[in-house]
Design a protein around this ligand. Sequence first.
Ligand SMILES: Cc1cc2nc3c(=O)[nH]c(=O)nc-3n(C[C@H](O)[C@H](O)[C@H](O)COP(=O)(O)OP(=O)(O)OC[C@H]3O[C@@H](n4cnc5c(N)ncnc54)[C@H](O)[C@@H]3O)c2cc1C
Length: 452
Amino acid sequence: MREKLVIVGGNAAGMSAASQARRVDPSAEITVFEQGRFISYSSCALPFLISREVGDSEALVVHTPDWFREKRNIAVSLRHQVTDIFPARHSIQVRDLDTGKLLTCPYTRLIIAAGARPVIPFPVAPDVKNVFTLRSIPDGTAIGDILDSRQPSKCVIIGAGALGVELAETFVKRGIHTTIIERGDRILNEFEPEIAGTMLDILTTHGIQVSLNSEVEKIIGSGTGSGQVWCRGDDSREFDICVVTAGVRPENQLAARAGLDLNRYGAVAVNDRLETSVRHIYAAGDCAATWNLVLRQSEYCPLGTTANQQGHVAGENAAGGSKQYRGSAETQVLRVFGHDLARSGLTETRALRNGLAPITTVITSRDVPRYFRDSKPVTLKMCAEKLTGRLLGVSLIGPEGTAKRIDAAATALFARLTVLDLTALDYGYSPPISTAHDPMLIAARDLAAKLI
Ligand SMILES: Cc1cc2nc3c(=O)[nH]c(=O)nc-3n(C[C@H](O)[C@H](O)[C@H](O)COP(=O)(O)OP(=O)(O)OC[C@H]3O[C@@H](n4cnc5c(N)ncnc54)[C@H](O)[C@@H]3O)c2cc1C
């Protein structure tokens, strides 16, 4: 029988799944339903659409529906929202958002790749304009257009995670006075505090106000066309434009209604083949749980890298192949004001929270030897398990070009290497490229000495 593979969602996970399924099964009928107007685009580049470093939204689209139809024989229906899954009948219900018509579509295998939705954890008065989240091309276009047409002078960003910090740079580059409001007592919570602290100094140097320990209670209109963010303790801030970057939640409603299991973060629970708890249904990307390969437990890590990996594996398996999803070290890199940040694995705090006994070191070395005039510092924190020396995580900050050093840490975490192993690795060296003793090597030696 000819397989009928149906995919919900047409971005990183969905289109990776569709492409891989086609490679495995040249004869399957593959259909993707996407509720929006775009598929297969770089969400990660949306801040650069707003800064105008990327000229127009079309440039972010990797492949169009026509390309998928012609080159891969994959049917894509835009503006089609999947409204229900009926596992017992092996079918879904889909609404054509242009006509309002409902249709029923049978499947032999289904992949849910519905992504995540931004969270706004406080009320926003209905009359307030210019409050945004950033998830899709229309969001990015709307924010960019406001900056072009209204030239706002004050921006408030709520949430100091990676996206909030990236966006702060974007607004500053466009000449806008920018404040970041953060509920916690630090920025970039997923990074080690020593690394995040350096970034906080950099943000402040560039004129960004960062208000920590400030919990937003509401956003109201100010009567002048702009708005006000009210924080606990009657602290308020005016804005012309506000972007809420307070995190995302897995898009799980379809799955929950269909009776699929969720993990403790609300992500669709999957096994290592990315099968959900219901037969013939798979899940991948920001809607799905991720296997954390350091903790060896189900977590949630909404990153593009994971979405692509999981999509590939789910597509392969749904098409009759056999591939294992081996997990994520939650490796993440970003560049802000010419400084690279990177992390892979656990922070010390997260290791402790999960019952591990970590030892750590923080070292500052150089990207290239000091005798070069533009040699710059690289700060790296490494965390290992006290008893065994197994590497648990690395965070670093340095000049442009240093972030991808984290891939060595990601590899070591995947292989469950110890810091002693790391002291024996053969790191590449040439003066214009690195120091003779790589920062990873220096940190590993330091930790190895603490083990003995
Ligand atoms: C601004 C920004 C910057 C980022 N930067 C980075 C970065 O630098 N590095 C990194 O690794 N990650 C980054 N990410 C995260 C990365 O983009 C996501 O992890 C990735 O896009 C997830 O892909 P996905 O396909 O799982 O979900 P999505 O990209 O959310 O796609 C899901 C799709 O499903 C569709 N959909 C949902 N429900 C339905 C339904 N019922 N019917 C039909 N269609 C439906 C949605 O419209 C959407 O198009 C960034 C994200 C954003 C927003």
